[in-house]
Design a protein around this ligand. Structure first.
Ligand code: AGP
Length: 556
């Protein structure tokens, strides 16, 4: 996780890095820091988001910084990057994990004083302890450090950039040289996506490749809309309302794909994802099943690729960011077994795409809020359209009408009164059946993630087999039934109400009729997304940056 960003050039480097880190805060915002060159490297750090940093009163041409999602060591200033060596000569920001940090601390670095609990600090202390030429010391890091790392190391007025497994990019344009862990945060220019075991040395205007790994700088145009809230108060809110347009762009991008080709000769499909992406896979799984495919759905963190993957076995990996470590690990294993991989992602240049035989890009535009909303709907849409096309090659979707209907639908949802009623609840049960159960899995994740409420999604029929004992006059249960048979959940609802619990029928907020069955779940999730947003606002929580979380989970 964590975002790292650096700059050398003619503009004020501190400002450039600060702006860059703002775009990376979605990767973590527990604490942050910037190293800058002012007759030697100095650092400035803060706990919390970037706005807590106090800008130094100097202009500088070299800076690099970090926005942290804590893995090793609690959230405090000691553990905040950039870290410096004990002799204050080397400085580093790091994304990834150094697996052998403790081992190094107990051996080669056993006499060195450490000031943080992080794994990262070993990098700079190691550089200080090693002898000889600085370039050679940096080059030898790959021999010492195991794990995954993207590093920016500062030594005097020089920057080194290293990559092993964690993504990092260098871009040059007429303003200077930029380094970032996420391409989307970079401007247009000549871009190099570093390959594993790359090392670059950057000084003034020069970028020197210190490794044998080939590096290509290719023209890159950033057409991604930069952070702009428009008339919205938060990105989560903006992104929910962007769903119809995001689906339309996705449709335009995928409409000409030969979906039949994607599954030609395929006898088995396994859908893989994490969190929200896993929930969209569950929907996809149902749709493929309806068409008669042998299909299963697995959490990336739970999948074990044992032995050879059959040539007729397709893995569809869904990842909004394309940087989720659990997914990348699985992709790597499948690739090693020469299995076929189709990746569905919102980031076509992301790490996971390197393992794909085929990539389908959802065009949701950048999703900034930690909670996935519009990207979930685009993933579900992709599965639904995919399956429609498999069912009938001549299937045509009137996307204009689709977009308009969905837009009208969203703008007519008023969930504020319900949010007010629920804002003080610290637990909620959710019940549903069939495909609605898959929707409440995602709905309950949203409410846990954004509102810090314990939510328990379950099949309505299961309630009486144990969980009913939780229900009393204080209980609130959200039920969802989008089936034509409106009585489907009646037994469970009666059981709850007989014990004094209150039931909110969420289908009453779905004011849309005649929705195509394949697209139905796109409609049913939206009231829940808006509900989780509204509850957060009423609880005065920041929905864009829920505590303890980050947008991309780049560690296993
Ligand atoms: C959900 O709101 C979260 N953002 C999280 O569950 C997310 O879906 C998961 O971490 C997977 O991310 P990915 O789609 O980028 O792989």
């Amino acid at each position: 996780m964590c975002g790292i960003y650096g700059y050398i050039g003619k503009l004020d480097a501190y400002d450039e890095v600060f702006k860059g880190l703002k775009l990376l805060q979605y990767r973590g915002y527990d604490s942050c820091g910037i190293a800058y060159y002012d007759n030697g490297i100095k650092t400035i750090k803060a706990v919390g988001p970037l706005n807590n940093l106090k800008k130094p009163k100097i202009l500088c041409n070299l800076a690099f910084g970090h926005t942290r999602w804590a893995t090793n060591g609690e959230v405090n200033l000691f553990n905040t990057h950039p870290h410096s060596s004990f002799d204050n000569k080397f400085f580093v920001v790091h994304n990834g994990i150094i697996n052998n940090a403790s081992e190094l601390k107990n051996t080669i670095l056993k006499d060195v004083p450490f000031s943080s609990q992080t794994d990262t600090e070993v990098v700079v202390n190691l550089l200080s302890v090693l002898k000889g030429d600085i370039d050679e010391r940096v080059k030898s890091l790959f021999n010492y450090l195991t794990g995954s790392y993207a590093l920016i190391i500062g030594y005097d007025d020089t920057i080194y950039v290293l990559k092993k497994f964690s993504p990092i990019n260098i871009l040059k344009n007429d303003k200077g040289i930029y380094i970032s862990s996420d391409i989307a945060s970079l401007e247009s220019g000549e871009l190099c996506q570093l390959k594993d075991y790359s090392i670059f040395k950057i000084k003034d205007n020069d970028i020197i490749n210190l490794s044998d790994v080939k590096a290509d700088f290719v023209p890159y145009v950033n057409d991604i809309e930069k952070l702009n809230l428009g008339n919205f108060s938060h990105f989560m809110q903006k992104e929910i309302y962007e769903t119809p347009a995001a689906i339309r762009s996705t449709y335009n991008n995928i409409k000409n794909i030969n979906f039949y080709d994607c599954v030609k000769n395929i006898k088995k499909i396994t859908l893989v994802g994490c969190g929200t992406a896993y929930h969209s896979c569950l929907i996809g799984c149902e749709l493929f099943k309806e068409l008669g495919y042998e299909v299963d759905c697995v959490l990336a963190s739970n999948l074990i690729v044992n032995g050879r993957v059959g040539r007729n076995h397709l893995h569809i990996i869904v990842s909004q960011s394309g940087e989720t470590a659990d997914c990348i690990k699985i992709a790597e294993q499948i690739k090693k077994q020469r299995g076929k991989i189709l990746v569905i992602t919102n980031e076509p240049k992301s790490t996971i795409t390197k393992f794909a035989n085929k990539i389908i890009t959802t065009k949701a535009n950048k999703e900034i809020a930690v909670a996935s909303t519009k990207t979930y709907s685009c993933q579900v849409f992709t599965f639904a359209y995919f399956c429609h096309k498999l069912k009938d090659a001549n299937y045509h979707l009137d996307i204009e009408t689709f977009e308009k209907n969905l837009k009208d639908y969203i703008s007519n949802i008023d969930i504020s009164t319900l949010a007010e009623m629920l804002k003080n609840k610290d637990k909620m049960i959710m019940i549903a059946k069939d495909i609605d159960y898959l929707t409440i899995l995602e709905a309950s994740l949203k409410i846990r993630e954004i509102d810090y409420v314990y939510t328990l999604p379950m099949y309505s029929g299961e309630l009486k087999h144990g969980t009913l004992s939780l229900v009393d006059s204080d209980s609130i249960v959200l039920s969802l039934n989008t089936d034509n048979d409106k009585s489907k959940l009646n037994n469970a609802i009666n059981e709850i109400e007989s014990r004094g619990g209150s039931v909110v029928k969420m289908e009453n907020y779905i004011l849309a009729e005649n929705i195509d069955n394949f697209y139905k779940t796109i409609y049913s999730i939206i009231p829940f997304q808006l509900l989780s947003y509204e509850i957060a606002i009423k609880k005065q929580l920041n929905p864009d940056m829920p505590r303890n979380l980050a947008k991309s989970v780049t560690v296993e």
